[in-house]
Write a protein that binds this ligand. Sequence first.
Ligand code: NAD
Length: 508
Amino acid sequence: MSVMSSLGISADEPGACSGPKAWHAADGAERLESRNPATGEFLGSVRCAGAEDYARVLRSAQDAALAWRLVPAPKRGEMVRQIGEALRAHKDALGSLVALEVGKIKAEGDGEVQEMIDMADFAVGQSRMLYGLSMHSERPDHAMRELWHPLGVVGVMSAFNFPVAVWSWNAFLAAICGNATVWKPSPKAPLTAIAVQKICNAVLERCGAPPVFQLLVDGPANALAQRLVDDPAVALLSFTGSSRVGREVAMRVAGRFGKCLLELSGNNAIIVAQDAALELAVPSIAFGAVGTAGQRCTSTRRLLVHRSREAALVSALASAYAQVRVGDPMDPATLMGPLIDAAAVASFEAVVAAALAEGAELVCGGKRLPGPGHFVQPTIFRARNDMACVQQETFAPILYVMPFDTLEEAIAMNNASRFGLSSALFTSNLRSAEHWLSAAGSDCGIANVNIGTSGAEIGGAFGGEKETGGGREAGSDAWKAYMRRQTSTVFHGERPVLAQGIEFRLPG
Ligand code: NAD
């Protein structure tokens, strides 16, 4: 059976869904054509949602949230458990569709679906652990505690490079917390979103649950996305994408006093210390820089190497790069697929030209590869940390190598970035490792030792500082972002007492 038919996807799909039996979008609506970035092959088209679809989805999500908040959290978890099972059953097909639609190699496409499954399992457990605190009151016969309640409607806007996993980080926690989610996927990956919605619909219907997962495929002009940003019905807007767009989204959501969760750009560095084990560092750097064709928010873009190890490391990396097979993401021998589209290739070429103009020295790569498909060579430059090309996030497999003399200098270079997502130090020295993880070390949301910058597990809170946006998703206590906190005090005595010892006696 073909990937599309096993996921129930036809050549022309409506892009709005407000319930298992409620797919809609006007026949004459703008169509997004999805094409395989490795071949240009037509995969399918999706009719974008319009203003009426938007209103219908938001109304349905609000109704669903009102009903869902009354369902006990462990029962909500049971629904998410069944979605995890459905994803297990569809893992191969959905992983293939991720590979076909956004050009990830098949192993990474499958890995993305595995991340959704892991996230479902995590959310199921969390559904029994939405713990509040109880506090000791300063007053006699008073009980004070903290309660967590659902927010209502959560908007999720996702980027093309994790077309389905990012939605699951948000949607599964939002669901066990008692919310309904409206998903606005990337216009570059509409079919994977349709496929996930269909998998969820079957489970929602079987469980008799309200439609707590809803979908709005929007056109490239992002008209509905902007309505979602401004809509007071959306209690929390979780935005994953570039810092450029995230800045605008954050300001507009703040303007209406909405809650915002931001997962934005990164410019991640690996530090290779004088005492690093190169046999650990080289594969981690190669995977970090070349994996997903450099299109991960956690991709390794800067390599800071102790001057004494620079020649050996660059030479080992150049030989590793020579073995990286670039090509069809569905071929198991391929390690690097295409960039997402022609614009990404043009941006790669522009940055290569700008880097050369700034005086960066090309070690290998630097060219686009002949079509069909949006392929480029994995590229290494020797550069300086203060170069403009080094300080921007280019969503492509470009690695800048820069020498340092002391660990302090390397940490300062790591931290001298507008972004603060992921970072790693390769060292065999315990004191260096602990210093790196101390308050005087990395200023990023993720700081690793002897593993690379990309490939985070869902169990930890994921996100970054500075222009990466400050949000945290997935594991740890990230669930709290999807709930509102209520502090409650109950008096169970005879003589009420005011706090802070205040006397307030009414005359008579
Ligand atoms: P993007 O910012 O172009 O788009 C992200 C989302 O925003 C898409 O759904 C898009 O349709 C929407 N959008 C674009 N312009 C908008 C506007 N004016 N108003 C409202 N919505 C708008 O990002 P992209 O190219 O899809 O993804 C790559 C970027 O995402 C990189 O910067 C990467 O680092 C970042 N990213 C971050 C994380 C993270 O967790 N920190 C994860 C994945 C990707």
